[in-house]
Design a protein. Structure first.
Length: 168
């Protein structure tokens, strides 16, 4: 009798712990996803992100050198672009922020709503630079993702041209 009671109590405690963990995980995950922390602790609303891109080095490199690994972009609905590079040994560079012109932002949004959705992954090699491009809706839900080479694809090349960092 006591053994069954102990088993029931332990079972109830395990269920309560499991449910509490699930609730904490959901609440904590929602808080983490609601903001992306930028440099200097400035909170940038996640829902304002409409596009992310990463151009990565797909070549064979010597791990003991400080080679370029990737360039990374985040584009917000107001045309703000955040950009940084990542190197093997020295890590991330300082984030550079600028705003697209109204004309470039309109052109960019038309591409995301049109031709970008038709771009299929292109993995016909394993060297050079490869891209990952993702467009999002206003709730940060993924709309379309492209992985691969952009060369010879006018839609993807135009995206890369629009988000290119301004000359210093």
């Amino acid at each position: 009798m006591k053994k069954r009671l102990i088993i029931k109590i332990i079972s109830i405690l395990m269920i309560i712990t499991l449910l509490g963990g699930i609730v904490f995980w959901v609440v904590d995950g929602n808080e983490k996803n609601s903001k992306a922390q930028g440099k200097g602790g400035t909170g940038i609303e996640r829902t304002s992100v409409i596009f992310t891109a990463s151009q990565s080095n797909w070549g064979c490199m010597d791990g003991s050198t400080d080679y370029w690994q990737s360039s990374n972009w985040t584009v917000h609905c107001d045309g703000t672009v955040e950009y940084y590079k990542y190197y093997n040994l020295s890590g991330a560079t300082e984030v550079v922020i600028w705003k697209l012109s109204e004309e470039d932002l309109n052109r960019f949004e038309k591409i995301l709503d049109g031709g970008f959705k038709l771009c299929m992954d292109d993995m016909d090699g394993c060297d050079g630079t490869g891209w990952e491009m993702i467009s999002y809706d206003e709730t940060y839900k993924k709309i379309h993702e492209f992985d691969g080479y952009i060369y010879g694809n006018p839609v993807l090349e135009e995206i890369a041209e629009i988000i290119s960092p301004p000359e210093s």
